[in-house]
Design a protein around this ligand. Structure first.
Ligand SMILES: Nc1ncnc2c1ncn2[C@@H]1O[C@H](COP(=O)(O)OP(=O)(O)OP(=O)(O)O)[C@@H](O)[C@H]1O
Length: 442
């Protein structure tokens, strides 16, 4: 494709599609540099809150200058299109990396935690919470250097009376679900879940209807997986405490990782956690297990269960389009119920942030994320219906929490050594086998 934007940016190839828009690799004809352009989906512009979130992202990013954060360059708004121009990160996001190549080496995972935490500490220091820390928003550059955190569409001021109620069900912190407001500790929660996924290849709370997934954050804890390095297991537990006060600050994580590093360097990646092992377990309601009290189980692996492949998942859905639409709906939803004062970032301000490059119309800058009521069909009431047709009949990990299903996206990595066979996903070049060291990988 070659499409021109604001008479300046030539869109070349589509990199990815997210809930809010499509991200393209593009060329800035004014400078000759390659850039990334996130174009707001046409239909998304009509959805409550989407435009304001998009503008907030531009505004928040303009304030931050850190090597671990994707830098914004321009904001384009015309009658036809709204787009955010950013630094292009030539690399792969962690979601794809894990899905395609399986778990990372523990030392790689630990370094990513450290870099991610440093970037988050920088934004927390200026009072901003990212709010959507998940593997898809962590970009790993092919050329090495720090991972870069993207997608500030949900970011907000931590000083606000209430935080916004957006998030991605699989990674959202319990206090956000409860509408209790959020701080940088909500981002630390996301780091804990990402670390689990980088080491085991599986996301602890993934699977099933959105309300069931949300319930797990409050009532469950990540379940141990075989041979997890103990220092990293204790980090996972610390970061995923239900009570945000019990989690470490992002700024504390790099030194904790540093301490663990010597024992991690020589460890190979673990195999993908077997599909028949539970990724979460019941946690007594109202209590927080002190950090480190659930030891990682040391056991030998059973015969690896057949990994669910991307192809198999696609085959279970009625059509690719249905699946994509459902995925978009599930991946980021309004979460809290009746939370009022969502941070009012000056949405129109985004138009002046980048000076002369903004176009004509503001689209719909005035809309704030809608408060969700129990009537909102996107948020089922927080009960588990065992007869829910979306759930399968597999034995539940915890009968009160519903069986794990694949009705939300399932990124369980494909078989070890399984290459990029569909030609769609650019992966770190030269990584021939699951978990083999990546060139320049942090
Ligand atoms: N600056 C960038 N350089 C390279 N790739 C990028 C960049 N920004 C985003 N991407 C790619 O685009 C994907 C989607 O981007 P982003 O998360 O910002 O969009 P979104 O619409 O908010 O998506 P989501 O539904 O995942 O929240 C990322 O997972 C990543 O693969």
């Amino acid at each position: 494709m070659t499409e021109r934007l604001a008479d300046r940016y030539v869109l070349e190839t589509e990199l990815a599609r997210g809930a809010a828009g499509t991200v393209y690799r593009a060329v800035d004809t004014a400078t000759g540099e390659k850039v990334a352009v996130k174009v707001l989906r046409h239909e998304a512009a009509a959805e409550p809150g989407v435009v304001s979130a998009f503008l907030d992202e531009a505004e928040v990013l303009a304030e931050i200058d850190h090597p671990g954060i994707v830098r914004p360059r321009d904001f384009v708004a015309t009658d036809e299109v709204m787009a955010l121009v950013m630094d292009l990160v030539e690399g792969v996001d962690l979601r794809r990396q894990i899905r395609e190549r399986g778990p990372l080496r523990p030392a790689q995972a630990a370094r990513i935690v450290s870099q991610l935490a440093a970037a988050l500490a920088a934004i927390h220091a200026v009072g901003i919470v990212h709010g959507d820390v998940k593997p898809g928003n962590v970009l790993v550059p092919f050329a090495g250097g720090s991972v870069r955190l993207a997608d500030f569409g949900v970011a907000h001021r931590s000083t606000a009376e209430y935080g916004p109620t957006h998030g991605t069900p699989e990674y959202v912190a319990p206090e956000i679900i409860d509408g209790a407001g959020s701080s940088g500790k909500a981002d630390v929660y996301g780091i804990g879940l990402i670390l689990y996924e980088m080491l085991s290849g599986r996301s602890p709370y993934r699977g099933g209807p959105v309300d069931v997934v949300l319930k797990r954050h409050r009532e469950c804890a990540p379940a141990p997986f075989p041979n997890c390095p103990p220092q990293l297991w204790s980090l996972i537990l610390a970061c995923t405490q239900v009570d945000p006060e019990l989690r470490p600050d992002a700024a504390d994580l790099p030194s904790r990782v540093q301490l663990a590093m010597p024992s991690l360097e020589t460890l190979p990646p673990l195999p993908v956690m077997p599909a028949d092992l539970p990724t979460y377990q019941s946690r007594q309601v109202g209590t927080n297990r002190p950090e480190g009290t659930v030891p990682p189980v040391e056991m030998s692996y059973p015969e690896p269960a057949a990994a669910t492949s991307v192809m198999q998942i696609a085959a279970t859905t009625s059509s690719v389009e249905d699946s994509a639409a459902r995925e978009r709906r599930n991946r980021r939803v309004l979460i809290g119920a009746g939370v009022g004062a969502v941070v009012a970032l000056a949405t129109l301000g985004a138009y002046v942030l980048f000076g002369g490059n903004s176009g004509d119309g503001p689209g719909d800058p005035g809309q704030q994320p809608a408060a969700v009521t129990s009537e909102n069909p996107e948020i089922p009431s927080p009960t588990t219906d065992p007869t829910d047709p979306e759930t399968d009949s597999a034995p539940s990990q915890d009968p009160t929490l519903g069986p794990e299903t694949d009705s939300t996206e399932d990124d369980t990595p494909t078989d070890p050594g399984d290459g990029n066979d569909n030609g769609e996903i650019p992966l770190v070049p030269g990584q021939e086998q699951l978990g083999s060291p990546l060139p320049q990988f942090p």
